[in-house]
Design a protein around this ligand. Structure first.
Ligand SMILES: Nc1ncnc2c1ncn2[C@@H]1O[C@H](COP(=O)(O)OP(=O)(O)OP(=O)(O)O)[C@@H](O)[C@H]1O
Length: 259
């Protein structure tokens, strides 16, 4: 891991009508880190992701990704700059094949020009073949290659969750934002997925910010953890510090804090 600052969030906030959904949020992600973002329901985790990906424009503060201010970028521009995400509620092209779901994301990496694709020049076909090969490589990593011709909607739930991550990865991000990637999975599927997340981080030299409701799970794989409650950061630190932090314990009162 190097010491390069990849994402800097400074005093960021957003208000919906009278509700300050997030306020004064500051965080730093260094290249290669796997960081958790946790907090009780409604704490502002997904809203934070929406600000980091250009879906919501912060009403205050600065977001700098890879040296560029992204506050006013569109979601497409943010993706192009190297940020990919998955969603809490799976969003796949359900009527398309598993392979096509990944190919669509991989498209931005294709080298052939619009000219060559319109006129179906040889470079278009070699570009297509390369893209398909690349996409299958991503599917293999996630154990999805055997489903490549299935419609996405026909995949078992846990596999759909995996496909979402494969698709996000195929866009070639530097930063991957995962919003509760294990939601709805059984314990074994969850464990396998977490191991996979740790593996792709290393293999693709990724930086990952992970929202996860299950504290034990986050503590098992993340190097540092940020904790949100009622839209504000109440703690950040290594898992051991977070586990013993009275503010965190209070925020999660009623929920078990386990490893
Ligand atoms: N577009 C919106 N308009 C109005 N309020 C919103 C909007 N988006 C989020 N909120 C509110 O902002 C607050 C934070 O919501 P958010 O979804 O970010 O929480 P969360 O930490 O992701 O929760 P959960 O763990 O339940 O997914 C909530 O009170 C929510 O109702």
């Amino acid at each position: 891991m190097t010491n390069n600052l990849l994402l800097k969030v400074e005093n960021v906030g957003i208000q919906f009508g009278g509700l300050k959904a997030v306020q004064g949020l500051s965080l730093e992600l260094f290249q290669g880190e796997l960081i958790g973002l946790i907090g009780p329901n409604g704490a502002g985790k997904t809203t934070s992701f929406n600000m980091l990906t250009g879906v919501y424009k912060p009403t205050e503060g600065e977001i700098t990704f890879d040296g560029k201010r992204t506050n006013n970028m569109s979601p497409h521009q943010v993706t192009k700059s190297g940020v990919s995400r998955t969603f809490q509620n799976i969003r796949l092209f359900k009527e398309q094949s598993v392979l096509d779901n990944v190919k669509v994301a991989n498209h931005s990496l294709a080298k052939h020009s619009i000219f060559s694709s319109v006129f179906r020049l040889p470079s278009f076909f070699s570009g297509e073949a390369k893209m398909e090969e690349e996409s299958i490589k991503f599917l293999k990593i996630f154990g999805l290659d055997k489903y490549k011709d299935e419609l996405a909607k026909n995949l078992p739930y846990g596999m759909q969750r995996r496909l979402e991550i494969a698709r996000a990865l195929a866009a070639g991000p530097k930063l991957l934002l995962l919003d509760e990637p294990a939601a709805g999975m059984n314990p074994q599927e969850t464990k396998d997925l977490m191991e996979l997340i740790a593996l792709i981080r290393k293999r693709f030299d990724l930086t990952i910010l992970l929202i996860e409701h299950d504290m034990g799970l986050v503590m098992g794989i993340c190097e540092r953890i940020y904790v949100l409650d009622h839209g504000q950061l109440i703690a950040d630190g290594i898992p051991e510090e977070i586990r013993n932090n009275p503010k965190v314990i209070e925020a999660y009162l009623g929920e078990e804090v386990t490893e």
